[in-house]
Design a protein around this ligand. Structure first.
Ligand SMILES: [Fe+2]
Ligand SMILES: [Fe+2]
Length: 162
């Protein structure tokens, strides 16, 4: 059983993860138009992963006998200026999501909701990975900035993501 404050906050995070998925799908569509198919593939897989995050919240709310609220999902602002601009935003976005997860954890602690704290542990770990992945790609793009042709090697590499 969830306290109302926790249920509301979990529903908000469900929506935030849906937005992440939508944002990365919009980024994937942008890369398809450039076209940089490798980046597009990486982003499409990332969008799917974010949908998986949203579904973890969805399932947890239901398992705790709460009710899932499907609120409107914000539209991502498109298009972007470059591959670098896209990944700068991904990194900033993931840092923001880490903040959201931490705030949720703060609430779980405040409400003495041990099950929710335990559930959120997975996301605390996942955000370390998400920030590391994004910052690595940001750094790689920065190194190639003055040699645009070389970006295609990175495109090819990221396109191998399974
Ligand atoms: Fe996520
Ligand atoms: Fe991940």
């Amino acid at each position: 059983m969830l306290k109302k404050s926790v249920e509301d906050a979990l529903n908000k995070q469900f929506n935030a993860e849906m937005y992440s998925s939508y944002l990365y799908l919009a980024m994937s569509a942008y890369f398809e138009t450039i076209p940089m198919r490798g980046f597009a593939r990486w982003m499409r897989i990332q969008a799917k992963e974010e949908l998986g995050h949203a579904m973890k919240f969805y399932d947890y709310i239901i398992e705790q006998q709460g009710s899932v609220k499907c609120a409107a999902i914000e539209a991502p602002k498109t298009p972007w200026k470059s591959a670098g601009a896209v990944f700068d935003q991904v990194y900033a976005h993931e840092q923001k999501v880490t903040g959201l997860i931490n705030s949720l954890m703060d609430l779980g602690i405040k409400e003495k909701d041990y099950a929710t704290q335990n559930f959120l542990g997975w996301f605390v770990k996942e955000q370390v990975e998400e920030e590391a992945n994004a910052s690595e790609i940001v750094a790689q793009i920065k190194m190639l900035e003055d040699r645009p042709g070389h970006l295609f090697h990175l495109d090819e590499k990221l396109g191998k993501r399974e």
